[in-house]
Design a protein around this ligand. Structure first.
Ligand code: G1P
Length: 307
């Protein structure tokens, strides 16, 4: 099975940090965000991976190279303009050829692997299997209606969801996807949706299965979710790189990257990027900081990168 990782997004919700460092390369617990995807894919024996990139292509290529240092073979394909997840997948057509593949949304972090789901996908011979998870409020996700183990209906971000089964960002596909993709129409928000692609598979009589994911799943795209996943990965503790210089009381959930200098009264629930120079008269709380950040006031809930 091959792998496709979608990593073309601009990461707008983490501006201005993502002006300087593409979101897939942001360090989480001092590892690149994409390294967590690589771990999960390696576990299911997926080593031949295509990363769909955007304007971030040069940085991703230079940071990840051919993948050898991750025990993978990486190739890159450029999505010319952003038009939705299904549009992005289309760029991987040549790479995937007619093999089955797993589609991974680049900013997703999963606490445990999906070996059982991969096995079930292969053994069932179905056209598509998707991870789903029961969530309290599914309105910001693709929402699946299940009939036994099958998905019988999918709606992207419905106002009145039919169920609480959210699409959890991990999809296994057989070659049937290439038959339906050319017929896909843009959604109300003007995007080619992966959920609509799967609905087309259902409409044409293909077997689409749900795989219930019972681990913890995060997307790291906003300040809150970025810090939440960081907290989870460091178990509420702290990682201070030995080359960082810190003059501050250090509270819970703090990551300070290599070569950073940090001066403040107290820091808590924050990530300071490698090489940052941070000097704050007061506390730093719930922040993601990089570059040079000086302030005479305390910092709370801030994403800053002055460079
Ligand atoms: C995308 C998919 C959605 C899925 C979600 C998972 O939404 O379109 O169906 O539930 O990822 O994170 P996005 O977050 O890109 O709007």
């Amino acid at each position: 099975m091959k792998g496709v990782i979608l990593a073309a997004g601009k990461g707008t919700r983490l501006f201005p940090v993502t002006y300087h460092i593409p979101k897939p390369l942001l360090p989480l617990a001092n590892r690149l965000t994409l390294e967590y995807a690589f771990d999960r894919l390696r576990e299911i024996e997926v080593r031949d991976i295509c990363i769909v990139v955007g304007e971030n292509e040069p940085q991703l290529r230079s940071a990840l190279g051919d993948g050898a240092r991750f025990g993978l073979s990486l190739s890159y394909v450029r999505q010319t303009h952003p038009q939705g997840l299904a549009h992005a997948v289309g760029f991987a057509r040549e790479f995937v050829d007619d093999e089955p593949f797993v589609l991974y949304l680049g900013d997703a972090i999963y606490s445990k692997g999906f070996q059982d789901h991969a096995r079930r996908f292969v053994e069932s011979g179905c056209a598509n299997l998707n991870l789903v998870q029961w969530v309290e409020d599914p309105r910001r996700y693709g929402v699946a209606t299940l009939d036994g183990e099958r998905i019988v209906k999918l709606v992207e971000k419905p106002k009145n969801p039919e169920s609480n089964w959210a699409m959890a960002g991990l999809y296994f596909f057989g070659p049937q996807i290439w038959e339906v993709l050319p017929d896909l129409q843009p959604s109300a928000r003007g995007e080619y949706e992966i959920t609509d692609t799967i609905q087309l598979l259902i409409d044409r009589g293909h077997t689409v299965l749900a795989g219930i994911y019972d681990g913890v799943w995060y997307d790291s795209g906003t300040l809150d979710s970025f810090l939440e996943v960081s907290r989870f990965l460091i178990n509420n503790g702290r990682i201070i790189d030995p080359t960082a210089r810190v003059k501050a009381e250090i509270g819970d959930a703090v990551v300070i990257g290599a070569g950073a200098t940090v001066e403040c009264t107290r820091i808590e629930d924050s990530v300071i990027l490698p090489g940052a120079r941070v000097k704050i008269d007061g506390e730093i709380q719930h922040c993601l900081l990089g570059g040079t950040v000086f302030s005479e006031d305390p910092l709370k809930d801030a994403i800053l990168y002055e460079g």
